[in-house]
Each structure stands twice: as structure tokens, then as C-alpha cells.
Design a protein around this ligand. Structure first.
Ligand SMILES: Cc1cc2nc3c(=O)[nH]c(=O)nc-3n(C[C@H](O)[C@H](O)[C@H](O)COP(=O)(O)OP(=O)(O)OC[C@H]3O[C@@H](n4cnc5c(N)ncnc54)[C@H](O)[C@@H]3O)c2cc1C
Length: 470
């Protein structure tokens, strides 16, 4: 049954000090409401027991992302959409950017705050595994002062936290020291977005000479609250990654977690999936760990790692014309090897949005169009045009009839979707590209946009590989 608005009082003092005074005057009487995506659902269902609500929405002291020397601080009132869009987060905390992109729909992400996600304390909260893997600290505030504690100590039971009745979550602090760590995030749900996690795992690991020197594993939906997997970490730490280590890790994990049956899944499935995810992460580490005396790094990558910022940016822009993506790539330097670079490129791309995708699409000539880059175009555009010619060599040999049909199809596509038709052209004939164009013209815009973004991801990967091979 729907809640009765008359039964609730809502005030919005608009500044942090006034909210804290209110909480101090009547501890426990006032319930903070941030984006309201949890509380308003409870209200709609007639389950909202809180009578007095105090709004935190758009209080400037809670809504900031600050990059300090050693940390990135994120205000509790930052909505997920801002987490997705922030270049420093995309570059340095890519797991958090990716998790933010999974939460609900874009409409949800515009209201749902990081603080609300954590204080709500769902065992399946999307942001939690990444925060655990990044060793986050949470800062709490009340009229009595501030205190900081490790995020892993914040949840004290099912939907219970360390917050006192007069306290607010003020900010989350994340160390900026994971550039050399391998990073992993998987959410297993009915779908990746718009679905609550059946199980999720995030991991950061520092592997030297194939030995795991540092490791953090954060999991969702395997216990009453988001959990660090200490015992599993212990079973792996200090070992080289072998089949035996993987078996030991699986056993440790199964002994450590206690998932439950609920409407989304059953405990046994969750146990198996969690063990598979740990194994998947370890196998990724195994395949990316370089032997001790291997030549350190690809020459192009080594030069890029030490190049000045503008040169490094130009090289990335030739691979993908989205500026936010290219800047985030540059901020990730140094990158150790080809596989790490490709993984970082994918992670950052996954955190991009429509304006970034369209910026990248706009840098390609239309399929079948024979237009050279202008002599005065910047070096990144010259290089991109050269690669486009190679990629579209299939279209270069096309009959005039096919080229005319491609030109007509391109115009129709742009009219329908508002952006250029993008297809990973490498190895495809003009006829194949025309056939795909005609089929994709039948998609709805959202599906087509995602398809085009995936095609761009493939193009970027091919270009990064060529660039490293040069
Ligand atoms: C359609 C839909 C889909 C969703 N999908 C997902 C999903 O995929 N993944 C996921 O993790 N969640 C999902 N959610 C849940 C929800 O959107 C998130 O948990 C969100 O982050 C909550 O933030 P909020 O600001 O809206 O919280 P609110 O509803 O405003 O508050 C939630 C709780 O946090 C407390 N609170 C908020 N801010 C503070 C603060 N600074 N200090 C102290 N207490 C505070 C409130 O008192 C309340 O108890 C979904 C919700 C909906 C409605």
C-alpha cells in the first residue's frame, strides 16, 4: 500500500552545519534523505517508517570530487552519474567508474548517491566491492566532530552500519596507488545493468615476479553485508599463481563465505559463482604476469610512458578520438605491457558515455567515403585517417553501385540515429559492410548506439595493437 505523504515531515536546510545541528538536537529522530532512490521506493510501498526526513540533496559540502596528492576524496552526496563522468576516477579508479555505470538506469544514476548506496547497506550494493578492493576509508561527521575508519569496518550487520544516530557519512577517501595493480571486477546478475548482483567480485593485486605481493578482494552478495575476503586473500598472498594456488584459493573462499537463498538466487549457485570469479581473476593474473627476466616492455609503450603529456595524448587520440578517453589513458601511465594497456583501454571506454562515443565516431570517415585528412589537420587526425584507409581497404575495391548504396545508407543512418555509421571495417568487404549497415538500420537507437560503441572499442583495440607493433 502506498505511503501517505501527510504522515512525513521533510525539511531541507541546504547546508551541512544546519543538518548536523538538527541531528545533534534529536539523535535518531531525523532520517537523512539524499537522492531518495531507496527511501522513496520504501515510501511508495508504504514501508517508510521514518517520520522526519532531512534532505542532503545538493548540499555543496557533500557533493565534491577532490583529487589530492595521495587520495581521491568523493563526497557522500555525489550521484553515480558524476562518478561515471569524472576523468580522474575513470583513469585511477576504473573499477569504481565501471561499477557506477552498472547502477540502475541513467535516471537512477542522476539521483542515486554514493553515500546512499553505502549507508543503505545492501549486501549487493554495486559500489561496495570496488571500494573494498581499493582500500577505501570513510569519513563520518557529526556536531561532535569527524572520524575516519576503513570502509571494511563500516558495515556491522545486515543493513547496519557504524554510523551513530547523530552522524552522517561525509566522504569516501581512496588511495591513488593502484596504477601498477592488476584490477578485476565482475558482477553476475540477470543482466549487467538494471539488475541487482547475484554475486560480484572486485580485486586489486600487485604481482611481482609471478608472486602475489598485495591483494584485496571485495565481494557483494556472499554475506549479510559487502565483505573483504581476508581468508581467501591470505591463502593466495605470497604464492606464485599456479593450478595449486587456484585450488587452494577456491577452497579458502568456499570456507569463508556464507551466502543465502533469496529471490534473486540460491546459496549454492552463489558459492560456485564466487569461486569461479576468484579463479577467473587468478587466471588473468597468471596470464599477465611477466617472467622476471623478460624484456621489460614494448618499445612504443615504453616511449609513450615517458613521453610528455601532449605527445602521449596525440598518440591515444589517433587510436580513438574521444578526448576524455584519451586523457584518462594518459593519466594511467605507466602501463606495464600490451595486455594491461588493452585492459585499461576497455575499462576506460566502458565508463564513457554518449557524448564521448559520438566524439570518437565523428573522427572516422564514412564507410566508402574517399576523403583524405586535410594537410593542416593535427597529427592525431592524420594518423587516424591513414589507419582508416587501411581499415577500409575493402571499400576501396568496391564497385560504383555498392559505393552509391553505401552513400545512401550512410545518409539514411545519420538521419535516423544522428551519428556516423561505425563498423570495425578491418577484413570486411564493402558488400559485408553494406549488409551490416542495412541490418543495423532496423535497430532502435539505444541498441544501435551500444553496437556502435562496441565497434569503436574493437577499432581502438586494433589500432592500439598496430601502434605497439610499429
Ligand atoms: C529502479 C532502481 C534500480 C536500482 N538499481 C541498483 C543497482 O543496480 N545497484 C545498486 O547498488 N543499487 C541500486 N538501486 C538502489 C539505490 O538506487 C542505491 O542504493 C542508491 O545509491 C541510494 O542512494 P540515494 O542517494 O538515492 O539514497 P537515499 O534513498 O536517499 O538513502 C538511502 C539510505 O542512506 C541514508 N543516507 C543517504 N545519504 C546519507 C549520508 N550522507 N549520511 C548518512 N546517511 C545517509 C538514508 O538515510 C537512507 O537510509 C536501485 C534503486 C532503484 C529504485
Amino acid at each position: 500500500m502506498r505511503g501517505d505523504p501527510e504522515a512525513h515531515e521533510l525539511i531541507a536546510p541546504g547546508n551541512l552545519a544546519a543538518v548536523l545541528q538538527l541531528l545533534a538536537a534529536e539523535p535518531g529522530a531525523w532520517t537523512p534523505i539524499a537522492g531518495g532512490t531507496e527511501l522513496m521506493v520504501a515510501h511508495a510501498a508504504g514501508r517508510l517508517t521514518a517520520r522526519k526526513l532531512v534532505s542532503l540533496w545538493e548540499i555543496p559540502d557533500l557533493r565534491f570530487i577532490r583529487v589530492d596528492e595521495g587520495t581521491i576524496a568523493i563526497g557522500a552526496g555525489v550521484p553515480f552519474i558524476d562518478l561515471r563522468r569524472n576523468a580522474a576516477i575513470a583513469a585511477q579508479l576504473p573499477l569504481l567508474a565501471r561499477a557506477a555505470s552498472w547502477l540502475g538506469s541513467i535516471a537512477n544514476q542522476s539521483r542515486a548517491t554514493l553515500g546512499g548506496n553505502l549507508v543503505n547497506g545492501s549486501p549487493a550494493a554495486d559500489s561496495s566491492p570496488a571500494l573494498l578492493a581499493y582500500d577505501a576509508q570513510v569519513e563520518l561527521i557529526s556536531a561532535r566532530g569527524r572520524r575516519t575508519l576503513p570502509y571494511e569496518k563500516f558495515h556491522t550487520g545486515y543493513k547496519r552500519t557504524a554510523l551513530a544516530p547523530d552522524e552522517l557519512l561525509l566522504a569516501v577517501h581512496l588511495p591513488r596507488r593502484f596504477a601498477r595493480h592488476r584490477q578485476y571486477l565482475r558482477k553476475v546478475g540477470t543482466r549487467r545493468a538494471m539488475a541487482i548482483a547475484k554475486v560480484a567480485l572486485a580485486g586489486t593485486a600487485l604481482v611481482e615476479e609471478n608472486v602475489v605481493r598485495e591483494l584485496r578482494l571485495g565481494a557483494a552478495s556472499v554475506a549479510p553485508y559487502p565483505t573483504r575476503l581476508y581468508r581467501t586473500e591470505e591463502a593466495i598472498l605470497g604464492n606464485s599463481i599456479t593450478e595449486e594456488t587456484i585450488r587452494t584459493a577456491r577452497r579458502a573462499l568456499l570456507a569463508e563465505i556464507a551466502p543465502i537463498d533469496d529471490i534473486r538466487s540460491v546459496a549454492e549457485y552463489r558459492r560456485r559463482v564466487a569461486a569461479n570469479l576468484v579463479e577467473e581473476f587468478l587466471r588473468e593474473l597468471m596470464h599477465s604476469a611477466a617472467p622476471v627476466d623478460a624484456p621489460l616492455m614494448n618499445a612504443a609503450l615504453a616511449a609513450w610512458n615517458s613521453a610528455d603529456e601532449s605527445t602521449a595524448l596525440t598518440q591515444m587520440l589517433a587510436c580513438c578520438g574521444a578526448r576524455r578517453w584519451a586523457s584518462a589513458m594518459v593519466a594511467m601511465r605507466p602501463v606495464q605491457d600490451q595486455e594491461a594497456l588493452l585492459a585499461v583501454a576497455d575499462r576506460i571506454w566502458a565508463a564513457m558515455e554518449e557524448p564521448d562515443w559520438r566524439e570518437a565516431f565523428a573522427c572516422h570517415p564514412r564507410i566508402g567515403e574517399r576523403k583524405a585528412a586535410h594537410a593542416s589537420a593535427p597529427p592525431s587526425a592524420q594518423k587516424s585517417a591513414q589507419w582508416s584507409r587501411q581499415e577500409q581497404s575493402g571499400a576501396a575495391q568496391a564497385e560504383a553501385r555498392v559505393l552509391e548504396e553505401l552513400a545512401r545508407g550512410n545518409a539514411q543512418y545519420e538521419e535516423r540515429f544522428g551519428f556516423t555509421y561505425i563498423v570495425c571495417a578491418t577484413g570486411k568487404s564493402a558488400e559485408e559492410m553494406l549488409d551490416l549497415l542495412n541490418r543495423r538500420l532496423g535497430s532502435d537507437r539505444a541498441t544501435e548506439l551500444r553496437e556502435a560503441a562496441e565497434q569503436q572499442r574493437q577499432i581502438t583495440e586494433i589500432r592500439l595493437r598496430k601502434w605497439m607493433a610499429a
